[in-house]
Design a protein around this ligand. Sequence first.
Ligand SMILES: NC(=O)C1=CN([C@@H]2O[C@H](COP(=O)(O)OP(=O)(O)OC[C@H]3O[C@@H](n4cnc5c(N)ncnc54)[C@H](OP(=O)(O)O)[C@@H]3O)[C@@H](O)[C@H]2O)C=CC1
Ligand SMILES: O=C(O)[C@@H]1CCC=N1
Length: 277
Amino acid sequence: MSKSPTISFIGAGNMASAIIGGMLDSGYQANDIWVSAPADDHLQTIRKRFGVSVTTDNRYCAQQADIVVLAVKPQVMAEVCSDIAPVVQNTRPLMVSIAAGLTVETLDQWLGGGMPLVRVMPNTPSLVGKGAAGLFANDQVKTDQKDAVQSMFESVGTALWVDDENLLHGVTALSGSGPAYFFLMLEALEEAATAAGITPATARELAIQTMAGAAEMAGRSDQDPAQLKRNVMSPGGTTEQAVNTFEEGGLRDLVKKAYGAAFERSRVMSREMADKQ
Ligand SMILES: NC(=O)C1=CN([C@@H]2O[C@H](COP(=O)(O)OP(=O)(O)OC[C@H]3O[C@@H](n4cnc5c(N)ncnc54)[C@H](OP(=O)(O)O)[C@@H]3O)[C@@H](O)[C@H]2O)C=CC1
Ligand SMILES: O=C(O)[C@@H]1CCC=N1
């Protein structure tokens, strides 16, 4: 792909918007991007926000593209794929799916077979260039196509390949769903601080800055998170009390359980969708 590729998004929701917003901020051109979805009012919002081309016709959208990004919910993916299959079998773009729990094999069958397919598990912080994505390619994907999809997701954050598709269940439960875990922590901290008398606005600002600062430090430091945590815990001080409370309350087991629930849901979705054929 020597010239900049034309990229079509089928689906115009949270995740498509996050990726498109991040891509435009990092230098992709709006006139190389198409988006389709059923609701014209959503499309008009996207068009006004990003300046991309929009259509309610998925086939027309797919036909424009070197890369087609399937950004609809897993439950409507079968219908969307069989609708665009005749077009993409003819034009042979690289197909990229961001759907949780849908294997390349299932997607390829819905698309009529033999398509180059990359599965990506991205996350919503892509919108601010801080995304974290896991990628897996099937055998039909050529090196230049791999490079193109890697560039696309690197433009909105970190993009790492996995060589076994099953590992994407673990990526989904980690970075795909992960932003929600940290938003939950922010909500809880904000509630606790507000109950102690700090104004909601101040509580939110301090909590967000603390989370961002801790993440930035963990990313840059030579020390592992356990040591960074110990550095905050003065013996006999306040942090020790809080950390001990988390440990005694079973936070680690709860995190494992929550991670496992997301992981298992991804596996179940894969099986259910494969049975749908
Ligand atoms: N949200 C997240 O954090 C993440 C989501 N994902 C995956 O991304 C995918 C999309 O999720 P998300 O963006 O959250 O979902 P949303 O519900 O926000 O968006 C779904 C989009 O699909 C559109 N749509 C529905 N039916 C069709 C159709 N027949 N043809 C074309 N478009 C259609 C909707 O259209 P309309 O606007 O008209 O309603 C909407 O724009 C899912 O498969 C999910 O697993 C992956 C990683 C993270
Ligand atoms: O909750 C979901 O199913 C999607 C996939 C990962 C994040 N959101």
